[in-house]
Design a binder for this molecule. Structure first.
Ligand SMILES: CC(C)(COP(=O)(O)OP(=O)(O)OC[C@H]1O[C@@H](n2cnc3c(N)ncnc32)[C@H](O)[C@@H]1OP(=O)(O)O)[C@@H](O)C(=O)NCCC(=O)NCCS
Length: 206
């Protein structure tokens, strides 16, 4: 019995070491390899202690800045094995910044023609889409040759965005606010409120 326990302990030593470096190890497959070209081209401006539990693809032509301790994807969040997170600064001058300590769930899309800024300590649920432009013009003859309205998205600090939310062009959300699950958000909203519904309105003060 004692010998078996000893053996188990010995066998667990590499496991413990591996666990310590696990994040760095999975980042190779989830971040470095899929984005090698953008990293080499200098389009990923900064990241430190990044943890990517889902594959992350930086697409588009613009630049991305990730803060310190950003976590992308969540192993217990559901749908984590089959999806990915896409960060797409679409054009050369497009920019996406994800602040320090931001954590996201799985299957998120950030798509910026202009700019998307996510404040530090913000939490983002699964299947959330940030789209800072409409992607098509409103007029019938502009549907295919215009990207329509474009406006920066700015999410404050310590915001909590629930599952299945869409954040649309020109939206600003103040610090500490919550976006309830399923909301479609367009507009400028203050700090310390809960937004919900389609279109999102303030449903509660915090
Ligand atoms: C918003 C939320 C946090 C609840 O907050 P709460 O303070 O407990 O809110 P309440 O349940 O008291 O509801 C307040 C009002 O908002 C409404 N409401 C709650 N959630 C809503 C939603 N998702 N969409 C629209 N309205 C909503 C309620 O119906 C209620 O309306 P009423 O005052 O007319 O009755 C919760 O509903 C929610 O959306 N959680 C997100 C969960 C999630 O996606 N987690 C992500 C995991 S990463």
């Amino acid at each position: 019995m004692k010998f078996t326990l000893f053996l188990v302990k010995i066998l667990f030593i590499p496991h413990k070491i591996f666990k310590k470096f696990y994040f760095k190890f999975i980042n190779i497959f989830h971040f470095y390899i899929p984005n090698l070209l953008c990293i080499v081209e200098g389009r990923v401006l900064y990241f430190k202690n990044l943890k990517c539990f889902q594959k992350v693809y930086v697409t588009g032509l613009g630049k991305v800045k990730l803060g310190k301790n950003v976590t992308l994807g969540f192993r217990l969040g559901g749908f984590y094995k089959y999806g990915y997170i896409e960060i797409q600064p679409r054009y050369k001058n497009s920019f996406i910044e994800i602040g320090d300590n931001v954590s996201t769930n799985n299957n998120i899309m950030f798509c910026a023609a202009s700019k998307i800024l996510i404040g530090k300590n913000t939490l983002i649920g699964q299947y959330v889409i940030f789209l800072d432009h409409d992607a098509h013009g409103l007029a019938p003859n502009e549907r295919r040759n215009s990207i329509g309205n474009v406006g920066e998205i700015e999410i404050g600090e310590n915001v909590w965005i629930g599952n299945n939310v869409q954040i649309l062009t020109g939206t600003k959300i103040g610090n500490n606010s919550i976006v309830a699950a399923g909301a479609v958000v367009k507009g400028i909203f203050p700090e310390n409120v809960i937004l919900g519904g389609v279109p999102a309105k303030i449903i509660k003060n915090l």
